[in-house]
Design a protein around this ligand. Structure first.
Ligand code: GCU
Length: 847
C-alpha cells in the first residue's frame, strides 16, 4: 500500500512537472476528455524505412511520446515487414510505402518536404515526399490530436517555399567565456561556449525538434557578424556535432561566414573574391565542411555592411562575392543566402545631403546584378528597407530581382519591438508584408508569391527568420513571445493561414484548451502590435528607440544627427523623411509604378506610412482629421492605456494557468504597463518641447497626481539632470549623493484620506541592485530591488535613461490626509538608487 501511495505521489509529481517553457508548444499535456477519445487512436505504429537518427525514426518516437502524453495511451512500434496489424498509424516516405506494397492510388503528388495524412475509420497513414515530410506530417497529426481533433480526414500539405530557415545571431564568445547572442534576450547561446561548440548540445536537439514541428528545415547557427574562427578545425568538428543533433529532425545546418576569413584565418594577404588563392581557400574549407557535414544547407553572408568586409573592398560586385561561395557550394548541393542588408553607414550624411537615404541602399547596390548570380544564390532581404522597425513599407528590392531567387528576412527576436519585455504578437505585421502586392510590371506580385518563386519562376526562395533563442528555459525570454516563433514557421509553410488561428492553436498547445485562456491571450496578442506602434512610433516615423545604444527604450533624439540613417528629420516645425522623387530622396521611385504613385503623393500615402515617405509640418492634417502632432499625443496615450489593460486581462486567468508561467508572464506585463508610460511621456515630451504645440487634451506635461522626486525633501539624495531630458518626468530625477550612503526623500501628502494606488517611477541601471523602501508615516508599504537586468532579458544599460526607467505600483494603499510619504533608497555598487516621481492615484487613474 505504501509503495502504491509512493508510486501515485511520484506519478503526480511527474505530471505536475515544472512548466518552465522548455517544451514550448510540444508539451503533449493531457487533452481534456482524452480518455474517452483514445479508443479511436490505433495502438500500433508501423514505421517504414526507419533508420535510427533519421526523421522517420524520430517520427515514430514522437508518436509514442505524444500519444502517451496527450491521451495516456501506450502505443507500440511494430518492427519489420509483413503481418501488419489491422488498425495502425503507418508513417514513412511515399517511396517506402510503395516498396512495402502500399496502394499508391489516391495518394496525391507531393513536393519536397510535403506530406499526406489520411485517417479512415481510425486508421492513420502519414506519408512524406521525403523523410522530413513524414516527420512534418507526424507533427501535424500530433497537433491535431493535441487540439482534440481525432476525426477522419485527408490532408495534403506542401510547403509554399523550399527555404524555411532560421538565423541565430550567436557569438562564439562575448567579452568573457559566454557564448552570447547578438540581439538575443533569452540568455546565452545554446551552441557555443568560450569560443568553441558546447560539449552538451541537448538544447540544440530540443531546438531542432521545435523547429521541425513547424516546418523549419535549416538553422544558421552563428552571427551574421561572423567570426572567422568558426572555421577552425576544432570548430568544424563541433559544427558536425551540432549537425548530428539536428539531423534526426530533418534540420540542416547553415553557417554565417566572415568574408575576410581567407586573410583573417587563412593567412592569405587578400580576400578578393576573384583571386585564385581565395577561391581555392574557400573551396578547401567548403570541402572540409561537407566531408564532416554531407547534408550542410549552405552559407549566409553579410558583406559590405556595417563595417563587415566584402567584395566591394576590391571593386568587385556583390555578385562576384556571392558567386565565390556559390561555386564552392554547388558540387555539394548547398546554397548561399546573400544578404541584401548592404549599406555603408560611414558615407551617410543627413546634414549636407537632403537626398541621402539608407532606405535606397539595397536597390542601389543590387540593381544591374540580377542576371549575374549563380542559380544557387538567394538574396535574403529584410522585410523593410531599413531595419525591422515597428512599421515599414515592404522593401522595394523584392520588385527588382526576377532572375535571382529571394527570401524575406523577418525578425522573430524583438530587437526594436520591446525585446520580449513587451508583448508584441508579430504575425499580423508579417502577414501585411507577405500579402503586399508590389504590382511589378502592373501585374499581381504579392510578396509571398515572389519569395515562393512562383511570381518569377525561381526554383529557390523563401524565408529566413532571425530568432535568437537562448539557453533560458523560455527560449526567447518570455513565454508569450514563443507565439511569434510558432507563427513564423506556420507562415513560412503557408503564408495564407489566418494569424488568429495560428495564435489560438499555439495557445491551446502551449497553455490550455480553456476558452477563457484562449480569449484572453488572443485579446492581448491582437492588440499588442497596434499598442506598441502607438506608444513607440506611429505614422511610419519608425520605432523611436535609442538607436545608438540598446535599441530598447525611448530616445527620439537619437535617430537624427548621426550617420546611421534612421532619420526623422524632426525640427521645430516639421518632421518626416521626404522620400519622394519630386523633392526628396527618390526612394518612392524604387517601387513599381502603381505603388510609386501611391507613396509619391501625400494624399494617397496611408497615414501609417506618412512620415516614412513625407516631410510635413506637425500641423499637417491626416486623413483622420487630426494633425500629426495631435495624432502623436493621442496615439501614445491610447497605446499605453491599452498596455495597462493587459495586466488585468492576464490576472483574470489566475488559477487557469500553472503558477510558474502565470507569474512569469504577469511580471512582464506589469513591467510593460509601466514602461509603456515611460515611452508615452518621453516621446510626447520630446515633440512638445520641439514643436511647442500643446496637447489639445491638456495631458502632455501636465500630471496632476505626480510628485516629482526632485521636489521632495531630500536627505542623502540630490537632484540629477537626466539625459535625454525627456526620459525623466520634469527632466530631473534624484540620486544618492554617494555610493555607500542611503538617501531619504520625503513629503507630507496633500491628498484626501482614501484608498489609492501608489506608483513609483525609478531607474534600474545594470550597475548594481539598489533597494528602495516606501513608507507612509512609519508604516512600511513595500520595498523593491533594482535587479531587472537579471530578470528581463532586454539589453542591459548602465545609464539613467529611457532604457532603465521602470515603475512599481502598490495597489489599494490606505492613505491618510497629511501623512508623510518617505522613500529610503540604498545605493549598490555604482547604482545610486535613482527615483523619478511618485503618483498617488485614485482607482482607475494612470496619469
Ligand atoms: C541590425 C542589428 C545588428 C545586426 C544587423 C544585421 O542593425 O542591430 O545587430 O547585425 O541589423 O541585420 O546585420
Amino acid at each position: 500500500m505504501r509503495s502504491l501511495l509512493l508510486f501515485l505521489l511520484v506519478a503526480y509529481l511527474g505530471l505536475a512537472a515544472a512548466e518552465d517553457g522548455l517544451a514550448a508548444w510540444l508539451r503533449y499535456a493531457p487533452v481534456p476528455n482524452g480518455k474517452h477519445l483514445r479508443e479511436n487512436i490505433p495502438s500500433v505504429i508501423v514505421s517504414l524505412n526507419a533508420t535510427e537518427g533519421l526523421p522517420v525514426y524520430t517520427a515514430a518516437q514522437e508518436l509514442v511520446d505524444g500519444i502517451d502524453g496527450l491521451y495516456g495511451k501506450k502505443v507500440k512500434i511494430h518492427k519489420g515487414k509483413g503481418n501488419k496489424p489491422k488498425k495502425s498509424i503507418v508513417v514513412g516516405t511515399v517511396d517506402a510505402y510503395t516498396e512495402n506494397d502500399g496502394n499508391v492510388k489516391g495518394i496525391p503528388e507531393l513536393s519536397a518536404d510535403g506530406y499526406y495524412i489520411k485517417i479512415t475509420k481510425g486508421n492513420v497513414l502519414i506519408l512524406g515526399q521525403n523523410e522530413r515530410g513524414a516527420l512534418y506530417g507526424t507533427f501535424q497529426y500530433l497537433e491535431r490530436l493535441a487540439i482534440g481533433e481525432i476525426s477522419d480526414t485527408a490532408i495534403t500539405s506542401n510547403p509554399d517555399a523550399p527555404i524555411r530557415w532560421v538565423n541565430q545571431w550567436d557569438n562564439l564568445r562575448d567579452g568573457g567565456t559566454h557564448g552570447s547572442v547578438e540581439r538575443g534576450y533569452g540568455g546565452d547561446s545554446i551552441f557555443f561556449w568560450d569560443g568553441v561548440v558546447r560539449e552538451d548540445l541537448n538544447r540544440a536537439a530540443q531546438y531542432a525538434r521545435l523547429l521541425a514541428s513547424i516546418g523549419i528545415n535549416a538553422v544558421v547557427v552563428n552571427n551574421v557578424n561572423a567570426n572567422e574562427t568558426i572555421l577552425t578545425e576544432q570548430n568544424m568538428d563541433g559544427l558536425a556535432r551540432i549537425a548530428d543533433e539536428f539531423r534526426p529532425y530533418g534540420v540542416q545546418l547553415g553557417l554565417s561566414l566572415n568574408f575576410a576569413s581567407p586573410q583573417l584565418l587563412g593567412g592569405l594577404d587578400t580576400f578578393d573574391p576573384l583571386d585564385e588563392s581565395v577561391i581555392d581557400w574557400w573551396q578547401g574549407i567548403t570541402n572540409d565542411l561537407y566531408q564532416r557535414i554531407p547534408d550542410m544547407a549552405g552559407y549566409l553572408v553579410k558583406a559590405n555592411s556595417e563595417g563587415q568586409a566584402g567584395p566591394l573592398t576590391y571593386n568587385r560586385t556583390l555578385a562576384d562575392g556571392a558567386n565565390l561561395f556559390a561555386h564552392a557550394l554547388k558540387p555539394h548541393g548547398g546554397i548561399i543566402m546573400f544578404r541584401a542588408f548592404v549599406y555603408d553607414h560611414r558615407t551617410l550624411d543627413q546634414d549636407v545631403d537632403w537626398k541621402a537615404d539608407r532606405a535606397n541602399a539595397a536597390v542601389e547596390f543590387f540593381d544591374g546584378l540580377d542576371s549575374d548570380f549563380e542559380d544557387n544564390v538567394v538574396i535574403q532581404i529584410k522585410n523593410g528597407p531599413i531595419d525591422f522597425q515597428v512599421r515599414e513599407p515592404v522593401s522595394p528590392l523584392f520588385a527588382h530581382l526576377s532572375q535571382t531567387g529571394s527570401a524575406v528576412e523577418l525578425q522573430v527576436t524583438q530587437e526594436y519591438l520591446g525585446q520580449q519585455a513587451h508583448v508584441v504578437y508579430l504575425a499580423p505585421m508579417w502577414k501585411e508584408v507577405l500579402d503586399f502586392d508590389l504590382r511589378v510590371g502592373g501585374e499581381d506580385s504579392v510578396v509571398s508569391d515572389i519569395v515562393s518563386g512562383r511570381r518569377f519562376n525561381n526554383e529557390l526562395g523563401g524565408y529566413a527568420g532571425v530568432v535568437n533563442v537562448g539557453h533560458n528555459t523560455t527560449w526567447l525570454g518570455s513565454h508569450l513571445a514563443m507565439s511569434n516563433l510558432f507563427a513564423y514557421g506556420k507562415l513560412a509553410w503557408d503564408p495564407s493561414v489566418d494569424t488568429t488561428e495560428i495564435l489560438q492553436t499555439w495557445t491551446k498547445l502551449t497553455f490550455s484548451h480553456d476558452k477563457k485562456v484562449i480569449d484572453v491571450i488572443t485579446k492581448i496578442s491582437e492588440k499588442s502590435w497596434p499598442a506598441y506602434e502607438d506608444y513607440s512610433g506611429n505614422l511610419g516615423i519608425q520605432t523611436l528607440t535609442d538607436i545608438l545604444l540598446g535599441h530598447y527604450g525611448p530616445n527620439p533624439g537619437s535617430q537624427d544627427g548621426n550617420p546611421w540613417g534612421q532619420w526623422t528629420r524632426a525640427d521645430a516645425d516639421t518632421i518626416g523623411m521626404d522620400r519622394t522623387v519630386w523633392n526628396g530622396t527618390g526612394n518612392t521611385g524604387q517601387y513599381p509604378e502603381e505603388v510609386y504613385q501611391v507613396y509619391e503623393n501625400i494624399e494617397t500615402t496611408p497615414d501609417n506610412l506618412l512620415l516614412w515617405f513625407h516631410h510635413v509640418p506637425y500641423t499637417q492634417v491626416l486623413k483622420s482629421g487630426k494633425t500629426v502632432i495631435q495624432h502623436f499625443y493621442d496615439a501614445h496615450y491610447r497605446g499605453s492605456a491599452t498596455a495597462q489593460t493587459f495586466v488585468s486581462l492576464w490576472e483574470s486567468l489566475k488559477g487557469r494557468i500553472d503558477k510558474e508561467r502565470y507569474e512569469h508572464v504577469l511580471f512582464r506585463l506589469v513591467y510593460q504597463a509601466g514602461h509603456s508610460l515611460v515611452w508615452r511621456d518621453s516621446v510626447n515630451n520630446f515633440y512638445f518641447n520641439k514643436s511647442s504645440i500643446p496637447d489639445e487634451a491638456g495631458r502632455v506635461g501636465n500630471h496632476p497626481y505626480r510628485i516629482e522626486a526632485e521636489d521632495l525633501e531630500l536627505d542623502g539624495y540630490e537632484p540629477y539632470l537626466v539625459s535625454p531630458f525627456e526620459a525623466a518626468s520634469g527632466s530631473y530625477c534624484i540620486v544618492t549623493a554617494d555610493n555607500s550612503t542611503e538617501g531619504t526623500a520625503s513629503t507630507k501628502l496633500d491628498v484626501k484620506t482614501g484608498v489609492y494606488n501608489v506608483a513609483v517611477n525609478y531607474f534600474d541601471q545594470a550597475l548594481g541592485n539598489s533597494t528602495w523602501t516606501l513608507f507612509l508615516d512609519d508604516r512600511k508599504i513595500g520595498e523593491w530591488k533594482g535587479d531587472l537586468e537579471y530578470i528581463l532579458g532586454r539589453a542591459p544599460s548602465p545609464y539613467i535613461d529611457g532604457q532603465t526607467a521602470a515603475r512599481v505600483t502598490f495597489k489599494n494603499v490606505r492613505v491618510k490626509s497629511g501623512s508623510t510619504l518617505r522613500i529610503v533608497g540604498v545605493p549598490d555598487g555604482k547604482e545610486p538608487a535613482p527615483l523619478d516621481y511618485i503618483s498617488i492615484l485614485p482607482e482607475g487613474i494612470i496619469d
